[in-house]
Write a protein that binds this ligand. Structure first.
Ligand SMILES: Cc1ncc(C[n+]2csc(CCOP(=O)(O)OP(=O)(O)O)c2C)c(N)n1
Length: 658
């Protein structure tokens, strides 16, 4: 191992030693506590300390690092008080997640650290978002993100590198190649010789670094970081190292050949470095002992503090209140002047006004810039707001959602256009696992709106016609809006963008150009969680949303049913259950109409709530009408049979007569 050729001051060399020693001694202490049953799980980074320690020391303190589960050295390198780390691992309040998440699954903005989620890959896209926010603000900052070699097989790795390359984002993508992903050796994980070989495939510079040599890590990263600050671009780094213990302690290392273990044991980053420092006369025996004693005391003191802290207590209100970022809705009244426009125009106008209002709002989506989006919602935006804020993206739904998350972590707002809501399945993971949970876990705003052109009735077949709101209403932490009218769409979109929580904003593309309405001029907001009472009646409640509203209006008019209470839910999360109950208690009969297939749809829950809360007011069974339990078919005749319109009239008749 070559330590001698690096031109690094003795002070820094000693700092790196002390940082690695701290990391190693904490690791060893954790192994003891694990054996004593005092902590539940430990992902050991023993033998890999040089990577996290060297990298952290080489970046500025206000540059973000996004570590993984074996990067203790990032946290200690940023001087996080140890008792807070220990409390975090014990699920206590002094940790970073109020006991809500475990191990290294947390971040600390104060320390410019954004921790991982279990799914590994989304971390890479989040780094892109943070780097993009710096780039847009003109900050000369580098962002570093870690991944294991195993997680490079995830699509998120490819997507994140691709986006960073296309957008010249100053991100250091750091692969910590420790030989195994759980029990899977590299030969079963990928076919190329080195993962660094993938860099040129993305048009990206890449380097292989000896991850067991802290001076090499420090020199290389310092040199690259300095260059990237002035010449923003992504760089792929492959740190070669080895995992000396089990994936997590309990799983052992039986599957690792002994000769490999021996080979890497001889390359231990701390032992070799210590030897070099002693021989170079930089580290005296007395100093080494002093460091060890001081660190051991520090660890013990902080452990005592963490152990003496009371376990976290469950308080239902507190837990539920923290699922969403607290947002005080600001009502902005509608202008009395209106113009008659289509749903698509209203959405475009709403988005445009929000772009003018929020200079930190970034739009991202496929073909949204010059082309204006496939539905032309962003037509002309590029000319007004420029390429930096109106961003065409590669076809990378997952990493774009993660990028939006990274923008939000660093104080920006994002609206992501799914070209069709069907394609959100390719970006599902970061929405339901990152955006939805990040506030509850460690208090971050997921200030992201995902626009979802959805719905059938347009002869577009199984992959361009779904209405998939129920995929998201199930997930605590997300909000879901589904307007039926131009006026509502414009005001609700403004609210969605103001709200720092993640919002799935459904736009029925069958209504885009067929539904017109008088839309107030200028900017206004409409609150979430307030259903619209479209018609008042006493004989029957008809409750619906989206295209269902228009089907309901048409059916009621054609059938001449006037004494009907018609509610448009407008937002599905939050849901205006009060309005639902009020209506059902008045009429005693309710028909719930949705475009989605019935099982597990939004109306299944509305029906259950009515059953629980309005049972004594009901004069008839709660009736649901929805699409048939099948994919959305292409041919018009098949699609008509699938959709609920044809069954709506008979259901209404039946309930009317009940
Ligand atoms: C999407 C996903 N699939 C599987 C897992 C289970 N899992 C957790 S860590 C891990 C191995 C990761 O290997 P690598 O990325 O090389 O990191 P290392 O643990 O070696 O540091 C696996 C399979 C997961 N957390 N997320």
């Amino acid at each position: 191992m070559d330590f001698k050729s690096h031109q690094i001051s003795e002070t820094t060399q000693l700092r790196l030693f002390k940082d690695m020693l701290l990391s190693r001694l904490i690791e060893e202490k954790m192994l003891i506590l694990l054996r004593q049953g005092k902590i539940s799980k430990w992902f050991s980074g023993i033998g890999q300390e040089a990577v996290a320690v060297g990298l952290t020391a080489s970046l500025d303190e206000d540059e973000f690092i996004l570590p993984m589960h074996r990067n203790l050295g990032v946290f200690t390198g940023r001087n996080i008080p140890l008792y807070r780390l220990f409390s975090q691992w014990q699920g206590k309040l002094s940790g970073f997640t109020n006991g809500r998440d475990r191990s290294f699954h947390f971040g600390s903005k104060e320390h410019h650290i954004v921790g991982m989620i279990s799914h590994l890959g989304p971390q890479l896209g989040v780094a892109n978002g943070i780097a993009l926010s710096h780039l847009l603000r003109g900050d000369k900052k580098v962002t570093a993100v870690f991944t294991g070699e195993g997680a490079t097989s995830e699509g998120d790795f490819h997507e994140a590198l691709n986006i960073a390359a296309v957008w010249d984002l100053p991100v250091l993508f750091c692969i910590e190649n420790n030989g195994y992903g759980l029990s899977t050796p590299t030969a079963e994980q990928y076919r190329c010789e080195n993962l660094a070989d993938k860099g040129p495939g993305y048009g990206m510079e890449s380097h292989i670094v000896d991850g067991n040599n802290v001076l090499e890590v420090y020199s290389k990263v310092s040199e690259l970081a300095a260059d990237l600050r002035d010449h923003p671009r992504p760089v792929l780094l492959e740190f070669k190292t080895f995992r000396m213990r089990g994936h997590e302690e309990a799983s052992g290392t039986k599957y690792v050949p002994q000769n490999l273990m021996d080979h890497w044991a001889a390359k231990d980053p701390l032992e070799n470095y210590t030897q070099y420092l002693r021989e170079a006369g930089i580290l005296s025996e007395a100093l080494e002992v002093a460091y060890k004693t001081e660190i051991a005391h520090r660890i013990n003191d902080h452990l005592e503090k963490a152990f003496s802290e009371d376990p976290v207590v469950f308080d239902e209100t507190k837990e539920l209140n923290d699922v969403y970022y607290k947002y005080d809705y600001k009502h902005i009244e509608k202008n009395i002047e209106v113009k008659n426009i289509r749903l698509v125009d209203a959405i475009s106008e709403g988005l445009n006004l929000s772009m003018a209002r929020h200079s930190n709002l970034i739009l991202m989506g496929q073909d949204i810039a010059e082309y204006g989006g496939v539905f032309k919602v962003t037509e002309g935006f590029l000319e007004t707001y420029g390429k930096e804020r109106v961003r065409n993206t590669p076809i990378c739904e997952s990493a774009i959602v993660s990028t939006a998350m990274g923008l939000a972590i660093n104080g920006m707002k994002a609206v992501v256009e799914m070209q069709f809501s069907d394609f959100v399945s390719s970006g599902f993971n970061p929405i339901v696992n990152y955006l939805a949970k990040v506030h509850y876990r460690w208090g971050q705003p997921a200030d992201v709106v995902i626009r979802m052109p959805c719905g059938a009735g347009v002869g577009a077949g199984p992959f361009h016609s779904q209405t998939n709101e129920a995929w998201f209403t199930k997930v605590p932490g997300l909000k879901v809006a589904y307007p039926a009218f131009p006026e509502d769409a414009k005001g609700l979109l403004a609210t969605a963008i103001n709200d720092p929580n993640p919002v799935l904003f459904f736009e029925h593309k069958g209504l885009y150009r067929s539904v017109y309405g008088d839309v107030p001029e200028g900017y206004y907001t409409i609150p979430f969680g307030k259903a619209a009472q479209l018609r008042e009646g006493n004989r029957l409640s008809l409750i619906t949303y989206g295209a269902g509203v228009h089907w309901a209006l048409e059916a009621l008019d054609e059938m001449g049913l006037t004494d009907v209470d018609l509610l448009d839910l407008r937002t599905l999360c939050p849901l205006d259950l009060e309005a639902v109950f009020r209506s059902v208690r008045k009429t005693g009969k309710v028909l719930l109409l949705q475009e989605d297939t019935l099982f597990g749809g939004v109306m299944a829950d509305v029906a259950a709530q009515i059953g629980e809360h309005c049972f004594e007011s009901l004069d008839a069974p709660v009736k649901r009408v929805g699409s048939l339990e099948m994919p959305v078919p292409f041919a018009r005749s098949l699609e008509a049979g699938f959709l609920p319109q044809s069954r709506l009239r008979s259901a209404l008749e039946e309930l009317w007569a009940y």
